[in-house]
Design a protein around this ligand. Sequence first.
Ligand code: ADP
Length: 499
Amino acid sequence: MSTLHPRLGQTAARFIQREHLLLIDGQWVAPRAGGRFEVEDPATGLLIAQVAEGQAVDIDLAVAAARRAFESGEWSRCKPADRTRLLLRLADLIEANGDELAQLEVMDNGKPLAFARRGIAGTAEMVRYMAGWATKLTGEAVPLSIPGQWHAYTVREAVGVVGQIIPWNFPLSMAIWKLAPALAAGCTVVLKPAEQTPLNALRLGELILEAGFPPGVVNIITGYGADAGAALAAHPGVDKVAFTGSTTTGKRIVQSALGNLKKVTLELGGKSPVFIFPDADLSAAIPGAANAIFFNSGQVCSAGSRLYVHRKIYERVVADIAAYGDRLQLGHGMEAGNDLGPLISKVQMERVQRYIDSGRESGATLASAPRQLSEQGYFVPPTVLADTDARMNVVQEEIFGPVLCAMPFDDDDLSAIAGLANDTEYGLFAGIWTQDIGKAHRLAARIRAGSVSVNAHMVNDPALPFGGFKQSGWGRERGREALELYTELKSVAINLGQA
Ligand code: ADP
C-alpha cells in the first residue's frame, strides 16, 4: 500500500496489509456482522489498514471460549511451571520479533522508532517477570484459636475469565501489562485493544498461538469502545474487568460492571506534579522535568504535567525547559532523528490545541517559541505555559498532550507544598528533584499518589507497583500486587478431630 512509510520493513508492511480477523478459541475468525474499521498513520493521517469490527455477538463468543478454557482446567489448574514455560516462550518470541513489533507500534501510534524499540524490550522483560510469579503464588497456614484441632490454610486461585480493555498510548506494553499477570495467575482472557491502535495486539495474538497457549486462553477482539468494549465490561460471564484509559470511561466501566459485581481494576488519568527545589541538580532536573511531559508527546497517564519550581530558580528553569522542548524534532516515527511523533488522532490534536488556547485566554504566558509545522499529521509542538494557577482548567484537567503548566512556589513549609501536589482529583504520580534526601522522604510521605520518584521520572521496572490514589484508579499494575489482583483468596479449615 503506497500509504505505508518507505522505510517500513517488509515483514511489518506485509502484516499491516493482511486481512485482520478476531482471535476466538485459538482461531482467526471473521466478525459475525462482517464490519470493518480503518486504521490510520497519525503522522500522515493516511489510512493504512482495515481491521475487523468486533461487536457484542463476537464478545459473547470470545467470553464463551474463555469460559470453556478456564473450566477445562488445562490452563487454570495446570502445573504453574508449565505456565511459566509458555510465558517465557512468549517473551522470547516478542524479543525475536522486536523489530517488526516496534515498526507496527510506530505506524499505529506514531512514536519514534527508537522509543518503540526500547518499549518492546521492556515488554519482554515484563512477561519474564510475571512468568516467574506463576510458581510463587503461595497461601499460608493460619493458626486458629477456636475450640478443637484444626489445620487451616489460604490458597490463591485464578479469578476466572477476565476482560481487558486497553488504551492507544503504548499499545503493546499495555496489552502485556494486562495479559502477563492474568496468564501467570491462571486466568483466561478476552482482550480489547483501542480502536486507534489494534495492530500490535493482533500480531501479539499470532505470537501467543505460536508459543502454544491452549485455545481460548487468550481471545482478542478489535472493535469500538462503546460497542465491543461496553459489551465486555457488562458481560455476565466475565469475572473481572481490567481497564486502562480515561477517568470518564473508567467510571462507565464501573457502572457496566455492576450487573454481576465483577471485580474491577482501573488505571486512569493523572495530573501529576513535579517539584524542583533550589538545591536540585538542575543539569538532571531540567531534562528530567522536560521529558516527564514531552515523552510520547505527553500521552502518558503519569506525565509530569504540573511543574512547581521554587521562586529562586523559577525563571531560569522554566526558560530552560521551554528551550529543551523547542529543540525537540517533530516528525514521522520511522525517520531517524525525530524526538517526538504526532498525537494519536485529529480529535486529540484539536482537544490539546483547545487547552493551549484556553490556558492563554485565562492568563498563562507561552514560554515556548512559536513553531510552524509542515507535517500533515496530528502534530502539536512541546508547549510550556508559564504563570499558570490552580484555578485554570489547564492546571486541573488532564490534557494528554505535550503541554506543561509551570508555577512558582516560595514556601518552604512541606505541608503547603504537599497541599499543592494534592490539589487535584487525581493521585497517580509525583516527581521531586532535590539533593536533600530527608526532605524528599518527608514530602513523598505527604503526597497522595500511587508513585513518587525522587531525582528521576517514570521509573519503569516490572517489580515496582504502579497505580493510582483517588480518581486515578483502583488496584495496581506491575509487581506481585498486579498478579494477586487476578486471584481470589480462599481459606480452607479442616477439622482434625479428637486426638
Ligand atoms: P480515549 O477517549 O482517549 O480514546 P478511553 O479511555 O475512552 O480513551 O479509551 C480507552 C479504551 O477504552 C479503548 O480501548 C476504548 O475502546 C475503550 N472504551 C471506550 N469507551 C468504552 C466504554 N463505554 N466501555 C468500555 N470500553 C470503552
